[in-house]
Design a protein around this ligand. Sequence first.
Ligand SMILES: C[S@@+](CC[C@H](N)C(=O)[O-])C[C@H]1O[C@@H](n2cnc3c(N)ncnc32)[C@H](O)[C@@H]1O
Length: 167
Amino acid sequence: MATIKVLDIGFGTGVLTKKLYDDGYEIYGIDFSRKMLEIAKDKMPSAKLHQYDFSKGLPKELENIQFDYIISTYAMHHLEDKDKIKFINKLKKQLFNDGEIIIGDIAFETRALLEQCKIKTGEWDDEEIYIVFDELKKIFPKEDISFTTISHCAGIIQLKNYPNLYL
Ligand SMILES: C[S@@+](CC[C@H](N)C(=O)[O-])C[C@H]1O[C@@H](n2cnc3c(N)ncnc32)[C@H](O)[C@@H]1O
């Protein structure tokens, strides 16, 4: 059986990807921090990890590779919403037909819930731009996109291309 290819965007120290690596997944990743790359490389010597700024897209070495899963945890909030959308559109092209993008981050189903959390928390980092799912969903009407709440301020966004059959 072919190995499952996973690309991790902003892998950090590889907390998440190391588990997949140990389970035999073929791991690719990008992170712009050299320190993070060194730590992750130590844990996952065969992973193809690249030091690269994802606000510029993907490095050349990854441009022609198709992935089963593209994952990202607690990293996408560094992009402005318009840049997230541009990036997600780019990533979609790198998925196999039945591939999936999975983003776990501080995220809210609606803007009202985000505003509620902002008030409750009392402190907010305005430099971080959190996903509001029902706004994102409108941008991707042709995709199978879902949101799972995991806490009062975090969620998982899963996005699949509809199979060609339904287009
Ligand atoms: C909060 S950490 C999360 C790390 C990991 N995904 C996890 O869940 O443990 C965010 C990571 O994204 C990386 N990062 C942030 N902005 C980036 C960018 N524009 N390009 C590449 N990496 C970036 C940081 O270096 C950091 O390793």
